[in-house]
Design a protein around this ligand. Sequence first.
Ligand code: SF4
Length: 284
Amino acid sequence: MEVVVAEHAGFCFGVTKAVETVYDQLESGEGKKIYTYGPIIHNETVVGDLEKRGVKVIEDPDELDASQNGTIIIRSHGVTKEVHKKLEESGLDIIDATCPFVKRIHKIVDEESNKGKSIIVVGSANHPEVEGIVSYATGKVYVIDSPQRAQEFSENVDEEYTVVSQTTFNKKKFQETVEILENRGYNINIVNTICNATDERQTEAEQIAKKADVMIVIGGAHSSNSRKLYEICSKECENTYFIQTLDDLHLDISGEVKLVGITAGASTPRNIIEEVQNYVRTNF
Ligand code: SF4
């Protein structure tokens, strides 16, 4: 039985940078208290380890009061403009680990809405990255999370719209969504802001899943990019498993299995991928 592990599995560069920033601060922060705005990644093992080392996760700026000092690290998803302002007012030192691909979207949205264009963000409205992107619009802004919503979209067709996407959106669904908007007569300027890491990860996962008899997707339960990977793989391979760690894997390999594929979301550490891979290689 062959086991194929995707090359583009696990930490992307934005997540690596954010996690490394926290560990660097723990080493060099001279005992200063360290906060992260939301869990630094969607991985309970990493977040648990950081908590043990004293890193506190803040979910709302109101949890901070002026008497606190220390450093707050903004994760790769970024935050809304309002949250950024509140963090500044808290008096804490801010380290902004927002991924440059996300910052680029903030800039596009800010510039395009300042030119008077309405903004359409293709993504999940309640995802923190999308909430951050939306906050940079100075005019009208809409969020569309699926081709179906694009069918239902009923705003002024005479306006000019700039369309961007959540960095981890499914690229096929993004294409379908913008095609529907175009076919329905909307005047849209499309900026595909799905990041390269996501694009490569999804394309490779799909290719492996097409050939695989069993496909394993490793990722956090709250990780949107991991869930999208699962969605893509399960379309191509009916025996697709979605797990967070090796403990969740209860493989039922019956019948002839020639190829097992493994991929992982952007917040999955290398050691978890290795553990799963070793387990499959040695037990089946
Ligand atoms: Fe940055 Fe892409 Fe990773 Fe998101 S998935 S943190 S945009 S590299």
